[in-house]
Design a binder for this molecule. Structure first.
Ligand code: SF4
Length: 280
C-alpha cells in the first residue's frame, strides 16, 4: 500500500460503518484485534473490521490508531520481501517515518504545539528508546551525512553517555542526547519515532523539566501525535518480529554506538542477527 492509499484508507475510517458490517461482534481485545489486522488481505478488510469495532464501542481516535498500525504493518512486510536486503532497510524506515509524520500532522492539536527549531529542552532526557531497524538506519544515515569530524564527535558523546550510564529510574537526571549539537538534532531527518511523536503543548513545562529528574516533571504533550507515532512504530516492530528479525526496543546511546562499530550492521540485522542484546 503506498502513502496515497494509506491516506485514503485513514480518511475512509471517518465514514460511518454500514449495516452489513454490524453482523459479527468482535471483542475489544488488543491481541486479537492486532492479529486480525495482520491477517487482513486488503485495506478494505481492515476498513470493514474497524467499522465493526466502532459499532462495538471503539472510539474514533482508536480507529485511526489501528488504521495507522495496520497500514504500517502490511507495508513493512511487503518491503521485507524485497531481494535487495540492504536497500530495503532504508526504504522500510524512511517510509515508516514519513507515514508517522503524515499521521502526526493530522493532529487536532498541531497548532497548539510549543516546539520550534533551536528549542531542545526535550532532548535532555534520561533515555531514548529506538527500534533495532531505526538504529541500523540511523548509523547509516550518520555515516553518509556527517563529516569525519562530526562522526568522531558524536561517537565520543555516545561513549561518554554510555559511561555515565542510563536508567529509567525515577530519579535519573536528564542529560543531553548524544545527537544534540548546538541545541539542534544533528540527525533530525532520521530521528526516532519517539522523538517525532513527542510534541509539547506547554513551553513553560519544558523549561521547568529541563535538567530535572523524570519523577519531578511532567510535560503535557500532543496526545494524538504521541499515539500515532507509537502506532506506526508498533506496526513496524510487529512486522519485523513476524519476519523473524529483531523488532526489539533499545537504549539509543549503547545501541547506536554498537551499530557505528559494525560497518555491516544493516545487513546483519536484515539477516536476522540480534546485534543489540549484548552489553558493550
Ligand atoms: S535523537 Fe534528536 S530529537 Fe531525539 S532526543 Fe536526540 S537530539 Fe533530540
Amino acid at each position: 500500500m503506498n502513502r496515497a492509499e494509506r491516506r485514503r484508507q485513514a480518511k475512509a475510517t471517518k465514514k460511518k460503518p454500514t449495516g452489513e458490517e454490524k453482523t459479527s461482534p468482535p471483542r475489544l481485545d488488543i491481541t486479537r484485534i492486532k492479529s486480525q489486522l495482520q491477517q487482513a488481505a486488503s485495506p478494505q478488510e481492515v476498513q470493514q473490521f474497524i467499522g465493526q469495532l466502532r459499532e462495538h464501542g471503539l472510539p474514533q481516535a482508536g480507529g485511526e490508531e489501528l488504521i495507522a498500525y495496520a497500514a504500517q504493518y502490511h507495508e513493512a512486510l511487503a518491503a521485507l520481501n524485497s531481494d535487495d536486503k540492504e536497500a530495503s532497510v532504508a526504504f522500510l524506515v524512511n517510509s515508516a517515518h514519513a507515514w508517522a509524520d503524515d499521521r502526526i500532522d493530522q493532529s487536532p492539536d498541531r497548532n497548539r504545539r510549543a516546539c520550534k527549531a533551536g528549542c531542545a529542552f526535550c532532548c535532555y532526557l534520561p533515555v531514548v528508546l529506538v527500534s533495532a531497524a531505526e538504529v541500523v538506519y540511523l548509523a547509516d544515515w550518520l555515516r553518509v551525512n556527517c563529516t569525519p569530524e562530526e562522526l568522531a564527535a558524536v561517537r565520543s558523546r555516545l561513549e561518554a553517555r554510555c559511561e555515565q550510564g542510563t536508567t529509567s529510574l525515577p530519579d535519573q537526571k536528564r542529560l543531553p542526547c548524544a545527537l544534540l549539537q548546538d541545541d539542534t538534532c544533528m540527525a533530525y531527518e532520521a530521528r526516532p519515532f519517539k522523538c517525532r511523536g513527542w510534541n509539547s503543548v506547554r513551553l513553560e513545562a519544558c523549561e521547568r523539566a529541563y535538567g530535572q529528574s523524570q519523577a519531578t516533571t511532567k510535560v503535557p504533550v500532543d496526545t494524538f501525535a504521541f499515539v500515532m507515532g507509537n502506532a506506526v512504530l508498533n506496526g513496524l516492530s510487529d512486522a519485523t518480529q513476524n519476519a523473524e528479525l529483531d523488532g526489539g526496543a533499545y537504549e539509543l546511546n549503547a545501541a547506536l554506538l554498537r551499530a557505528l562499530d559494525l560497518p555491516d550492521a544493516t545487513l546483519r540485522w536484515r539477516n536476522g542477527e540480534r546485534l543489540f542484546d549484548v552489553g558493550r
